[in-house]
Design a binder for this molecule. Structure first.
Ligand code: NDP
Length: 239
């Protein structure tokens, strides 16, 4: 059987990069999507055979359509789509954060929806998998994470309906990480929140490989088994 092809958005760092490594180690060919081309090109070179770096912005549909064309041409089409690209711009709810809210909704929620819609035809071809990276914030809202939680809550509702529409042809798997040591907090624009969150995450976070291994495990289950939702928190994070 030909090696399966996995498309990973946000493959230039953190959970996406670790997932690309894990899926490549499992023998999959990987398409690495992100805006920072230098980072994904380096990773593709390191992973070697069958790894392709494709510059893509999930907030721009044309860019995703072009990426899907490249995946089809270079790798024959996608079997697995990991919707991982995301931003977490936390802070107290206020109209000053409007640009952050738009970015989060367009990247985390609309980005995943657009990317899935564009790749759906390829995924249908022979049965595939969609992995949506949500968050513990898709289950538990806290002060300061209102809009981020809304995007991840949105991923939950969308994924639930999608599963009912697409299974058994395509499995829909939701991954809900807790604190993971990545670049995610570096982009927070509200300085007080950034400091607080970085201190908290720094104390308890687990490495992105821990999440990547679970994604690889879920994908490796026999087709009769679908791990619908997986909540993975550091042991040091009880809530
Ligand atoms: P990182 O900041 O390390 O990675 C985010 C990735 O998303 C980068 O590769 C970035 O690539 C990509 N990205 C951001 N915006 C876009 C865009 N418009 N188009 C394409 N790619 C984009 O953070 P994580 O690895 O932590 O985040 C990955 C996912 O995990 C996110 O969805 C996040 O919400 C989720 N998550 C993370 C947790 C954590 O504690 N770290 C906890 C729970 C969930 P580039 O900038 O090159 O485009």
């Amino acid at each position: 059987m030909a090696a399966q092809v996995a498309v990973i958005t946000g493959a230039s760092s953190g959970i996406g990069e670790a997932t690309a490594r894990a899926l490549a180690a499992d023998g999959r060919r990987v398409a690495l999507l992100a805006r920072r081309l230098d980072r994904i090109e380096r990773l593709a070179e390191e992973l070697g055979d069958g790894a392709v770096a494709i510059e893509a912005d999930v907030t721009n549909r044309d860019s995703i359509v072009a990426a899907a064309g490249r995946v089809k041409d270079a790798l024959g089409g996608a079997d697995v789509l990991v919707n991982n690209a995301g931003v977490m711009l936390l802070g107290p709810f206020s109209s000053e954060q409007r640009a952050d809210y738009e970015r989060m909704i367009e990247t985390n929620l609309l980005g995943a929806i657009t990317t899935t819609a564009v790749f759906l035809e390829q995924l249908r071809d022979g049965g595939g998998d969609v992995v949506n990276v949500s968050s513990v914030a898709g289950r538990t809202a806290r002060p300061g994470n209102a809009v981020y939680a809304a995007t991840k809550w949105g991923i939950g509702g969308w994924s639930e309906a999608l599963r009912q529409e697409l299974q058994p042809e395509i499995r829909v798997i939701v991954i809900e990480p807790g604190a993971v040591a990545t670049e995610l907090t570096e982009h927070i624009t509200h300085e007080g929140t950034k400091k607080q969150v970085q201190e908290w995450v720094g104390e308890i976070a687990i490495p992105p490989q821990d999440i990547a291994e679970v994604i690889a495990f879920a994908l490796a289950r026999p087709r009769r088994v679908s791990l619908n939702e997986i909540l993975i928190r550091p042991t040091a994070q009880a809530r």
